[in-house]
Design a binder for this molecule. Structure first.
Ligand SMILES: NC(=O)c1ccc[n+]([C@@H]2O[C@H](COP(=O)([O-])OP(=O)(O)OC[C@H]3O[C@@H](n4cnc5c(N)ncnc54)[C@H](O)[C@@H]3O)[C@@H](O)[C@H]2O)c1
Ligand SMILES: [Zn+2]
Length: 407
């Protein structure tokens, strides 16, 4: 089996922690009274849930989970990776114990290459082996890979048990953890199999970002910039004006960015839960971004980095098709380069066009592009000529070779 069962906390353990429990209650009250945590509601027709955001939220996770579920689950199945567990497992475990929750920690292998059916099956075997039933819940503690794999397993184990998302990368905090998409990759492509399974609670603690490698952190910033471009001109301006604070992971800047991005996503997902219309604007920069990732066999770029280049290309396509003012495109390109360096684009333009044609979001050979009319406003264009796409990719190659800072 690929996963390792690490820690088991029994009824006996949970009943021996009265002091910790009282401490957690106190922390929970303080966090609420001092407004250390914010609550953002995701109002879906099928279900509504809260995103709890604040620098003490991991410490009060147990109490918040019990409160949200309105009772004590039979077992909490904490899914994580060795790296995340090493840094943050203790705090979560202490809070679960203090809240009287029984839990089991399961580590899955790290990395995109393990986001597959084998990981999901192995997880579910562990769930079954340790007696997880319909009263159990999954807690996904990790980046987007953990969130997607654990969320998928939760959505199909015993035909679906609740999942709580505790994202630990910036990308997962501002994007992957909200919206309910779960899934795994096939050899034929990324995220080819999956479900919509909305979390019961999303708990975001920006403090966990302190251990995130710099490149992973910067990759997440591009998804924040994306939210600014499609829906929130203010956060775009904030990113332009607060480079130092943003790069230094200043706590106030983190809260500002994560709050804005989560609000944008929550608002869009509430209006379009299953990507029938409006939700497509979240794919700004992703049409070319996904093609760049696929063309480099998912090795050259982190997802956020590919989206960074994809947004520069989308702005260029907007200019070429008369949708985006030149000045706006320059602003977008400048902001993305501010948070670089990005890995060099080496793909041939015709290869990118070919990959876009075969993308799972392309229907009847017609790809959709999200283009910007002004910062904060977009439209969906279906008739973008291939020649404009090729020109945009050539522009990325040119920018790549011009900038010494780019790897
Ligand atoms: N479901 C969705 O809506 C959605 C949206 C966007 C992306 N995704 C998916 O998310 C995945 C990418 O997620 P990601 O960028 O978070 O990558 P990831 O999950 O692979 O995490 C990146 C690395 O950071 C490590 N890590 C995580 N948190 C850490 C921390 N606090 N300190 C130190 N190390 C830490 C991980 O162990 C891993 O090695 C992709 O599979 C993508 O398809 C899903
Ligand atoms: Zn993305």
């Amino acid at each position: 089996m690929g996963s390792v069962v690490l820690r088991w906390c029994s009824n006996f353990d949970v009943n021996t922690q009265p002091f910790e429990r009282a401490l957690q209650r106190l922390l929970q009250c303080c966090a609420i009274l001092l407004r250390l945590v914010k609550r953002i509601r995701v109002s879906l027709k099928s279900s509504a849930y809260e995103v709890l955001l604040g620098s003490e939220s991991l410490r009060i996770a147990g109490a918040e989970i019990a409160r949200t579920l309105g009772g004590i689950p039979s077992l909490c199945l904490v899914v994580t990776t060795a790296r995340v567990h090493k840094h943050w497992g203790n705090i979560l475990e202490r809070s679960l114990r203090a809240a009287g929750l029984r839990f089991l920690v399961i580590e899955i292998k790290d990395g995109e290459s393990h986001k597959n059916f084998a990981a999901v099956e192995s997880l579910m075997r562990d769930f079954a082996k340790h007696g997880a039933d319909r009263g159990s819940i999954v807690i996904a503690l990790g980046g987007g890979v953990v969130g997607d794999v654990a969320g998928f397993a939760a959505s199909i184990y015993m035909r679906g048990i609740p999942v709580v998302q505790i994202p630990t990368t910036l990308l997962a905090q501002v994007d992957a953890s909200v919206g309910g998409k779960t899934g795994v990759n096939l050899a034929a492509g990324k995220n080819m199999v999956g479900t919509f399974h909305q979390p019961r609670l999303v708990l975001i603690d920006p403090q966990v970002l302190s251990t995130l490698p710099a490149r992973e952190y910067r990759a997440g910033l591009f998804e924040v910039i994306k939210c600014g471009i499609i829906r929130d001109a203010k956060i775009f301006g904030f990113m332009e004006d607060h480079k130092e604070q943003v790069l230094n992971r200043d706590p106030k800047a983190l809260i500002r960015m994560i709050t804005s991005a989560v609000k944008v996503k929550a608002d869009i997902v509430a209006k379009d839960e299953r990507e029938g219309g409006l939700r497509r604007i979240l794919n700004f920069g992703h049409t070319i971004g996904h093609a760049l990732e696929a063309d480099s066999i998912y090795k050259r770029f982190l997802h956020g980095e590919a989206v960074g280049w994809g947004m520069v290309a989308a702005a260029e396509i907007g200019v070429l098709t008369g949708v985006t003012p030149q000045k706006t495109a320059q602003q977008i390109s400048a902001l993305i380069q501010t948070y670089g360096p990005l890995p060099q684009v080496k793909s041939a333009a015709q290869d990118i066009v070919r990959l876009i044609q075969s993308d799972k979001k392309t229907r009847n050979g017609v790809p959709h592009f999200v283009l910007v009319t002004k910062i904060g406003r977009t439209l969906i264009a279906n008739g973008v000529p291939n020649v404009a796409v090729k020109k945009a990719v050539d522009r990325l190659r040119q920018l790549s070779s011009e900038r010494l800072a780019v790897r």
